[in-house]
Design a protein around this ligand. Structure first.
Ligand code: ADP
Ligand code: MG
Length: 255
């Protein structure tokens, strides 16, 4: 048998904030083309874990590698360029059109310099046209195709939150980190977003790390689940396994 190495390997990561251990020697691996959910009560360390993965937070100990390349000490823009894109828990866009926002997401991939683009040199114009075409495809993939030229301020909350997901996809990531992608959405918007996420995995073969409180969504989308509680990884397994784990029940019920 051949074993496929994990795309993302988080090894014994510890993060401390002035006396508080937000992550305590947490390890997890993300297998290629799978969804790995990180769940746990508020304050468990889920967002901190994403901050480490995206370079916004430097761990006191431990390492993160992406396909064998160590990310641990790289700046956020380097990590993004290597193929790790994220969304934030509480950020939704209010400015510009959907197209504007997605083109901002493509900016990191632009080869032509700023001057060449501003001067509309032929190579730069062609590149911008290609980016626009790809941005349109990503809008279609995320259910925003009909709103491509609409100001995001006019979209429903669910669509606006999905613009963040689309913008992260514009980086052409290998790994997508989604921090509470359906928070605040109504049932129909949640269902639509769940559909989009499973299509992304199926069609783009993306590896996804999902932080989410909606257990229905986690059970439906995740291949693996890691449960954090007070910065410690207390359980790992399939959704069915962790759901029956007594320590997980204890963490959630607070007994
Ligand atoms: P979760 O996303 O699971 O709700 P967080 O990762 O946001 O949890 O937070 C984990 C713990 O670390 C919490 O106790 C939180 O208050 C603390 N924390 C997070 N970020 C900081 C920070 N920048 N400075 C100090 N404490 C922080
Ligand atoms: Mg959080």
């Amino acid at each position: 048998t051949t074993t496929v190495p994990p795309v993302l390997d988080v090894r014994d990561v510890t993060v401390r904030f002035a006396g508080l251990t937000a992550l305590d020697a947490v390890s997890l691996t993300v297998e290629p083309g799978t969804v790995h959910a990180i769940i746990g009560p508020n304050g468990a360390g889920k967002s901190t874990c994403f901050n480490v993965l995206s370079g916004l937070c430097r761990p006191a100990a431990g390492a993160v590698t992406l396909g064998g390349t160590e990310l641990t000490r790289l700046a956020p823009h380097r990590i993004a360029a290597l193929g790790v894109a994220r969304t934030f828990q509480n950020i939704v866009t209010t400015h510009g059109t959907v197209a504007d926002n997605l083109m901002l997401g493509r900016h990191v991939l632009t080869r032509a310099g700023f001057a060449a683009t501003a001067l509309r040199l032929p190579g730069a114009v062609r590149e911008q046209r290609e980016h626009l075409a790809r941005a349109r495809e990503i809008a279609e993939l995320t259910g925003l195709g009909a709103h491509f030229d609409s100001p995001v301020a006019l979209l429903s909350y669910g669509d606006r939150k999905r613009v963040e997901l689309a913008r992260a996809l514009c980086l052409e990531p290998r790994v997508l980190l989604l921090d509470e992608p359906v928070a605040g959405m109504n049932a129909a918007e949640r269902a639509r977003t769940a559909e989009v996420v499973s299509e992304l995995r199926a069609e783009l073969g993306l590896s996804i790390v999902l932080v989410e409180h909606d257990m229905g969504l986690v059970m439906r989308l995740a291949d693996d689940v890691t449960v954090l509680d007070f910065g410690r990884s207390i359980a790992h397994g399939t959704p069915d396994e962790v759901r029956r784990d007594p320590e997980v029940l204890r963490a959630y019920l607070g007994t």
